[in-house]
Design a protein around this ligand. Structure first.
Ligand code: GLN
Length: 476
């Protein structure tokens, strides 16, 4: 039987599986067929798991025995920096190309319990450092909407897998935009949850005070459902926030006050059609009864400067563990120091080495106060800006990315241009608040229609507001 994957959602697939319209094995096979057809060109997956159909047949057993959850038999793709026991986890780095995970990340354990089928692991910028997936040691991923363009990054493989119809949903990680920006560029929905709401246990650390795991899906409702299973406190992650400290459930207003940081939108580097699409979406929301209000977040303009100090500082510390002794690649030199230099020099790619050097520099004794301390002080101001802004609005909105998908190679040799692509996503990680990217239309480049995304930001633990307004955008 031919399964129509095009408009399939998790809820619909669940109903179909329960009714016996098709089996989990058939559903998984349908996705494997798409992958077989498209992955050579798109390179969304680094590996397709050989036992996917076996996992699906176990899911069928669960369904038959009446124990199906919403996720039983649902085919997922997983970013290559999230550990699945017994499987390779390379973070798209030569350093870890032969590394086998020894335990399940907490989010994976939860999804396994629900009977999810893991189709494979997806390509990414090496150690999640980048915004285009070009920094992978295993070749770039291509945007399914235009194969001459990047899918965004660093979770470009996960976004492309869902966008090309090669998975119903996917997991990614977001340190400065790595879920939302590729979601925007590939025309899918992506959520960066509140810092501390989803366990980071089993996620390879990049910037530990910024990293969060989150979902990709075709609809806001799918993303919401995934968030609801992966969230929760975890004794294995001391930064995961206990449930009683997450605030009470609130009644979600059907008409919201949407804050717009106008001065942040008039900066250079934002494409005119991106801005136009953003404003059109806002006015349609206004037409539906939402209220638009100007907000000022005066320190947001320092976000990139602050992020590109804090993130490399934390990354350089986290990546110190790759010493050729404990994990992954090991190259023998003449001395112990030579071992380190050879292993790290050939195991890490250029961007990773750049960030390790930046991080080591800003943390060094002579510069710690001037850079790292200053950046954390600025971060506190950015957090304060958000707190103040949220006292007068329910959510804040911006475009997700200042441009649609750019060409492969266009920014590869210009790290500063690449960093500017994170302008709207980075402040959210610094503040620790949640944000979602929802498709809001298309921009045209060289006769091709490229997806645009609308970012909604909420106060800590108020993800439900994102889902409610996000669903309104889907129905505009
Ligand atoms: N593009 C950003 C960076 O290069 C974001 C990365 C991420 O969120 N993992 O750091």
């Amino acid at each position: 039987m031919k399964i129509n994957l095009e408009n399939l959602t998790i809820r619909q697939a669940h109903e179909d599986l329960k009714m016996g319209a098709y089996t989990a094995v058939e559903l998984t096979q349908a996705y494997l067929d798409v992958i077989a057809k498209k992955n050579n060109e798109i390179n969304a997956y680094l590996e397709v798991f050989e036992d996917a159909l076996q996992q699906a047949s176990q899911a069928d057993e669960m369904i038959k025995s009446g124990n199906a959850t919403l996720f039983t038999g649902i085919p997922f793709a997983v970013k290559d920096n999230i550990l699945i026991k017994g499987r390779t986890a390379s973070a798209s780095s030569k350093m870890l190309s032969n590394y086998t995970a020894t335990y399940d990340a907490s989010v994976i354990a939860k999804l396994k319990e629900c009977g999810v089928v893991f189709l494979g692991r997806t390509n990414m910028d090496e150690f999640a450092m980048g915004g285009s997936t070009e920094n992978s040691a295993f070749g770039p991923t291509k945007n399914p909407h235009d194969i001459s363009c990047v899918p965004g990054g660093s979770s470009g493989g996960s976004a492309a897998a869902v966008s090309m119809g090669g998975a119903l949903a996917a997991l990614g990680s977001d340190t400065g935009g790595s879920i939302r920006q590729p979601a925007s560029l590939c025309g899918v929905v992506g959520l960066k949850p509140t810092y501390g709401s989803v366990s980071r246990h089993g996620l390879m650390a990049m910037g530990s005070s910024l990293d969060q795991i989150g979902p990709f899906g075709k609809t806001v409702e799918d993303v919401r459902a995934i968030f609801n299973v992966i969230k929760g406190a975890d004794s294995m992650d001391s930064t995961s926030v206990p449930l009683h400290l997450r605030g009470k459930d609130e009644v979600i207003k059907t008409k919201m006050v949407i804050g717009v940081p106008e001065d942040f939108l008039t900066m250079e580097g934002i494409d005119a059609d991106v801005l136009q699409n953003f404003r059109e979406t806002l006015s349609k929301l206004e037409g539906k009864g939402h209220v638009i209000k100007k907000v000022t977040l005066p320190n947001l303009k320092y976000s990139l400067a602050s992020y590109y100090i804090i993130m490399p500082a934390e990354s350089s510390t986290n990546l110190a563990r790759f010493d050729g002794v404990r994990y992954g690649l090991s190259i023998k030199g003449d001395t112990l120091f030579d071992d380190y230099a050879k292993t790290r020099g050939s195991g890490f790619g250029k961007e990773v080495r750049r960030r390790i050097m930046l991080g080591a520099y800003v943390l060094s004794a002579g510069y710690y106060d001037a850079y790292y301390n200053k950046a954390t002080a600025v971060r506190a101001l950015i957090q304060k800006d958000f707190n103040e802004a949220f006292s007068g609005v329910d959510v804040i909105a911006t475009p997700t990315s200042p441009t649609p998908a750019f060409k492969i190679g266009e920014k590869a040799n210009d790290p500063l241009a690449m960093y500017l692509a994170d302008i709207f996503t980075v402040p959210i990680n610094l503040a620790g608040v949640p944000a979602i990217s929802v498709p809001s239309g298309f921009g045209e480049r060289d006769g091709n229609k490229l997806p645009l995304g609308f970012q909604i930001i909420a106060p800590h633990f108020k993800e439900e507001r994102l889902f409610s307004l996000g669903a309104d955008i889907e129905n505009l």
